[in-house]
Design a protein around this ligand. Sequence first.
Ligand SMILES: Cc1cc2nc3c(=O)[nH]c(=O)nc-3n(C[C@H](O)[C@H](O)[C@H](O)COP(=O)(O)OP(=O)(O)OC[C@H]3O[C@@H](n4cnc5c(N)ncnc54)[C@H](O)[C@@H]3O)c2cc1C
Length: 466
Amino acid sequence: MNVCETYDFIVIGGGSAGYAAARTANELGAKVAVVDDAEELGGLCILRGCMPSKTLIYSSEILHFARQGKVFGFEDSRPRADLALMQRRKKEIIAEFADYRAAQLKDGRFSLYRSKAKFVDQSSIEFTDGKTIKGDRFVLATGSQIAMPPVPGLDQVSFKTSDEVLELTEVPNEVVVLGGGIVACELAQFLQRVGSKVTLLQRSEGILRDFPQRASDCIRNKFTEEGMIVKTGVSIEGMEQARDQTIRVVYRHKGVKESIDTQFLFHALGRKPATDRLNLKEIGVELQESGHVQTNSFQQTSISHIYAAGDCAGPHEIVHVAIRQGETAAFHALGKSVEAVTYDHLLGVVFTDPQVAIVGLLPAELRKRGIEFLSADYPFDDHGKSILMEAKHGYVAVHAEKSTGVVLGAECAGKDAGELIQTLSIAVSLKATVHQLAKADWYHPTLSEIWTYPLEDLAEEILEGS
Ligand SMILES: Cc1cc2nc3c(=O)[nH]c(=O)nc-3n(C[C@H](O)[C@H](O)[C@H](O)COP(=O)(O)OP(=O)(O)OC[C@H]3O[C@@H](n4cnc5c(N)ncnc54)[C@H](O)[C@@H]3O)c2cc1C
């Protein structure tokens, strides 16, 4: 074996998790190498995930508002989406983020290797050109890839994924979306708003099934109001592609066999951890059934000097979790004291309009853990600022410990829920009580002020300092 270089700390994957781990290890004085095989540096979030999707979704939200000119008191100009223009704006923005990340990876703090890597043994990795480097500690941060779930016929047809949707320069006439998760819902509404006729087919009984039922219903109602066809409880029976590229999707819905023809099938059925071809099993790194790398709460795998962070580790494939995991892995691996990663104050946001946002423990989990709690809620259609903004869809709810009033969780479906939840996220993290929050100043008239209604209800109900 031709070992060229030895490092204290080697990170495989230079996305959100990998960069966080490498940066932290460098700050702790380690000699660090980062290996990334992507043609373009930046990772999923910057190149094909959060940032491009939110740029385009924001454009479609502006378009949606512009079309409601008459409601807000100006001439209705019926603007239309120019996807090529939207793409130009997106590309400029994304290029800046990607350039910045590439510069960070190349600024000399790390040795950067641009190659696919696989383990040769527990202390060495090999690149595609046969070169090998050795490390004392490793972080796997290889991210995720599109999954191929066993949906009949899916492997026989030429579907599109979020990657292609995010690159569209022309509006497809119609789109069939498979799936009802976060990416499916966010991009289905984007497509509907820029002018496609969207039909969303989802297997389970509701969309956004990891979110509260009330929030899921709120989004479904808004989708339907905007003209999208949403079918849940759908079981796909087969798919075939005709010579003219039309794809026929045959499915059962409410016991009845139905079919739909489409030129644009959007597979939004999820991603899977990118953990194959790394030789992980061969060197003794245990994987979960899902393919995620098995870790403890310090991100340590079954081989104690190999860590994993981000989408390849799960269980929540979102950026702030990837970063927290990457940092934790670096601190722990380099012998520094660090808090274990917990998900008790986890944040989740769906960038539909209205948005959905949750933080902490919600009623189902609180009941499962046998924690006594009280909840209070308030609708957007009765709140001054949301009424004047025509943002009347949705609600906020706060869940607090019954005996102390400590805020354990909160949920919001409504305009800018992703921004509104941040206040409650801080409360949950700092274990603030409803009494403390109710005493804070809330400026009038703001959307955030909507939290005061459930907070005051709970503060009245729960005796302070009990
Ligand atoms: C459409 C879409 C929208 C999203 N929106 C949001 C959002 O709004 N908010 C949010 O929090 N999350 C969002 N996500 C999820 C988020 O993008 C991911 O959770 C996050 O980017 C994962 O970061 P990571 O570091 O784990 O992986 P990545 O950023 O994917 O990095 C992994 C890197 O490892 C490299 N690699 C893989 N295998 C090897 C190998 N063998 N050798 C060398 N290099 C390798 C890859 O090339 C890649 O550069 C979205 C995802 C999608 C698809």
